[in-house]
Write a protein that binds this ligand. Structure first.
Ligand code: PLP
Length: 273
């Protein structure tokens, strides 16, 4: 397995990052997960734009898009897989112990993992912890993901694959690694970015392609929604057949099934929509 580090390909076994890298010591880093279909990254331009937005939010230098594109292409060529997940990690680089950044520039790592298509439907839970819709990191895709790790472990304990958060004012927000949509009276709704959710790329494409509305939704909308689905780079559009103890028999329902179909067709037509 080859990864990209320090401007070139390296063997994953011998590649080294400083133990004082701020990505490790203080979670000072950002990342993107990009799906790669038969060696071609999906929606890479949108991922690079979000990487830059996250970098600016953290005060990191703008990532060099040409280098990241070259890195993705090189890693994909060196590790051919039918369906892959590129992981682009960009950290504050190595510096002193503590929160001040050092003199060194950022660290860029691009790696690839094999992945597989997700099931058509899944179970989710809600968790009692909240997303902060007004934090310094709100909306940034940072490597500070421990809260998501904890919530996802709780989901797995309950036989679910995703955990959904409300924000601090009780509105539905997002999952640990996905955005959430509900169907009410035949219309698709998803929480607005102001809810504190990540501006998911699959979310944006789904809104664009299905006409879903961005609506403030209370968490308990999940108790009455006709259909629920989640979206992410690795799930695409995935129906939800259980929320906590509430079963949603027949998932995907008709509206979700149509959204899944539209997404698959449009995404298949254009790998960089
Ligand atoms: N929300 C969070 C917290 C995420 O980490 C992710 C993806 O990893 C998403 C939403 C979905 O975003 P995307 O569709 O860009 O994968």
């Amino acid at each position: 397995m080859k990864i990209w580090l320090d401007g070139g390909l390296q063997d994953v076994e011998s590649a080294r990052v400083s133990v004082f890298d701020h990505g490790l010591t203080v979670g000072d880093g950002i990342f993107e997960t990009v799906k790669a279909v038969d060696g071609t990254p999906f929606a890479l331009t949108r991922h690079l734009d979000r990487l830059t937005r996250s970098a600016r939010g953290l005060g990191l230098p703008d990532p060099d898009h040409d280098e990241v594109r070259r890195a993705c292409a090189a890693v994909l060529a060196a590790n051919p897989v039918p369906l892959g997940r590129l992981r682009i990690t960009y950290t504050g680089g190595h510096g002193p112990l503590g929160s001040d950044r050092g003199e060194h520039g950022p660290t860029l790592v691009v790696a690839l993992g094999e992945t597989r298509r997700r099931p058509e439907s899944t179970a989710v839970i809600t968790v009692p912890w909240t997303r902060n819709e007004r934090g310094a990191l709100t909306g940034l895709k940072t490597t500070s993901y421990a809260e998501n790790v904890v919530a996802l472990a709780r989901a797995h304990e309950h036989g679910a694959s995703e955990a959904l958060f409300a924000n601090t004012v009780g509105q539905l927000c997002e999952g640990t690694g996905s955005n959430v949509f509900v169907v009410l009276d035949g219309e698709i709704h998803t929480p607005p970015i102001a809810s504190g959710c990540l501006a998911g790329i699959t979310r944006a494409l789904t809104v664009e392609w299905t006409g879903a509305k961005e609506t403030d939704l209370p968490l308990d909308v999940l108790e009455r929604a006709d259909e629920v689905f989640v979206t992410s780079t690795l799930r695409d559009v995935q129906a939800v057949h259980r929320v906590d103890d509430r079963e949603l028999p027949g998932a995907p329902g008709p509206v979700t099934a149509k959204a899944m179909r539209i997404f698959e067709e449009r995404a298949g037509d254009d790998l960089d929509p």
